[in-house]
Design a protein around this ligand. Structure first.
Ligand code: PLP
Length: 428
């Protein structure tokens, strides 16, 4: 497979951009080698600079749930673009998007649009601290909530991949306000509350984790978090940046009938453009400036192009049968990959929630970051490259979720399974 042009671009990029990329995982450090520069995408496929075509399971790390260059999203963008690209003043589209979010998530009474998931989570923490008058935050090892200082502690995604859970530059005084518990371990959370319960402003959690690979909450875990936070007067924040409008229209919370106090959204609601949101209970959200004293702002917040792409995406996702189709494709892939692992006698497990999935190598279950860290990363890297050679583009790290889109066909999923069978047959 040719990669000379990607290599050339990467060398050139590295002369101007630290590590040659604008977000660390894109550099493929976890699997080694040169990242492919993507030239274009259509539906479920992307084409790289050397002209190789791949079935894409990265999907821009989640947003591309309709597939690449979707006709309705492009039309909405063209239409919006003709009227200008940014005004720094309110526009009617923002009301429509905010209304959609409020209607989709019963726990969200008010919503503020921002430009990235990082901003959404950072704002949620500020609100929780202002609302409770407390400072400590409780998060879970392996969960990633963007790269704001307080949340870059035992984080997942790129931080887990690179083995730098705490970044230099984050003041110890800030990181020291963040407690870290084990995902799926309510006993651990209880112990944190027993020790520091009246100092904890918020618990923030990915209700289904994507950032240590896909890890599902065990029965009662999220419900337990709701009970504990209520008992101690702490704010419960569901970070649904990855799961919102992906696992169900109203996110995991709607699927499970749970009501967090605050919710972070991103990725899918921007339809592939920079847009995210924080929303929740009215009495907390109305602390935000200019209605309240908690400051938060953004030059490009609620950008008209991003809002248009988001609205067009949510329009498609509100059609009947959409999530059933994603589930069916996910189940087909899971069955095929599990059979391929078993057939080749390669130890590992397929972990999946709807259209998000990960193959963990060398373990038979992953409940928390501790389990994820035991995975066989060398085996993952070999699998990654074997799949790439066969035209399947996976996230370049064991600790990332892969994404299926509505543009994937049964035939493409089948081709993916056949590729995995071939790769794994030589891997045992
Ligand atoms: N929260 C979760 C659950 C995420 O998966 C991510 C990004 O992957 C973020 C927050 C940060 O979002 P962004 O990269 O848009 O800042």
């Amino acid at each position: 497979m040719r990669s000379a042009l990607s290599q050339q671009l990467f060398n050139e990029a590295s002369r101007y951009i630290p590590g040659g990329v604008n977000s660390p995982v894109r550099a493929w450090r976890a699997v080694g080698g040169c990242p492919r520069f993507i030239q274009r995408g259509k539906g479920a496929t992307v084409v790289d600079a050397d002209g190789n075509t791949y079935i894409d399971y990265v999907g821009s790390w989640g947003p591309m749930i309709l597939g690449h260059a979707h006709g309705k999203v492009l039309r909405a963008l063209h239409e919006a673009m003709r009227s200008g690209t940014s005004f720094g003043a309110p526009t009617a589209g923002e009301i429509q998007l905010a209304k959609r979010v409020v209607e989709a998530l019963p726990a969200v009474e008010r919503v503020r649009l921002v430009s990235s998931g990082t901003e959404a989570a950072m704002t949620a923490l500020r609100l929780a601290r202002a609302y409770t008058g407390r400072t400590k935050i409780l998060k879970f090892a392996g969960c990633y909530h963007g790269h704001s200082d307080a949340l870059l502690v035992r984080a997942g995604s790129g931080a887990l991949t690179l083995g730098v859970p705490d970044s230099p530059g984050v003041p110890v005084a800030v990181a020291g306000q963040t407690l870290v518990a084990t995902y799926n371990d309510l006993g651990d959370v209880r112990a944190c509350f027993s020790a520091a319960g009246r100092e904890i402003a918020a618990v923030i959690v990915e209700p289904v984790v994507g950032n240590m690979g896909v890890v599902r909450p065990e029965k009662g875990f999220l419900e337990g978090l709701r009970e504990l936070t209520t008992a101690y007067g702490a704010v419960l924040i569901f970070d649904e940046v990855m799961t919102g409008f992906r696992l169900a229209y109203g996110g995991v919370q709607t699927q499970l009938g749970l009501r967090p106090d605050l919710t972070c959204l991103g990725k899918v609601i921007g339809g592939g453009l920079p847009l995210a949101a924080v929303g929740g209970r009215r009495e907390i959200m109305e602390l935000l400036a200019p209605q309240g004293p908690v400051y938060q702002a953004g030059t490009l917040s609620g950008n008209p192009l991003a809002v248009a792409a988001g609205l067009a995406t949510l329009d498609e996702l509100s059609q009947p049968g959409v999530y059933e189709r994603l589930e069916a494709l996910g189940a087909q892939l899971e069955r095929g990959l599990a059979a391929a692992l078993a057939g080749a006698r390669v130890p590992g497990v397929v972990s999946r929630a709807g259209s998000m999935w990960t193959v963990f190598f060398g373990v038979d279950a992953v409940r928390s970051a501790r389990d994820a860290e035991r995975c066989d990363r060398a085996q993952f890297a070999r699998f990654f490259y074997g799949m790439l050679e066969r035209g399947i583009y996976l996230p370049p790290s064991q600790f990332e979720a892969a994404f299926i889109s509505l543009a994937h066909s049964e035939a493409e999923v089948d081709a993916t399974v056949r590729a995995a069978e071939a790769v794994l047959a030589g891997a045992a």
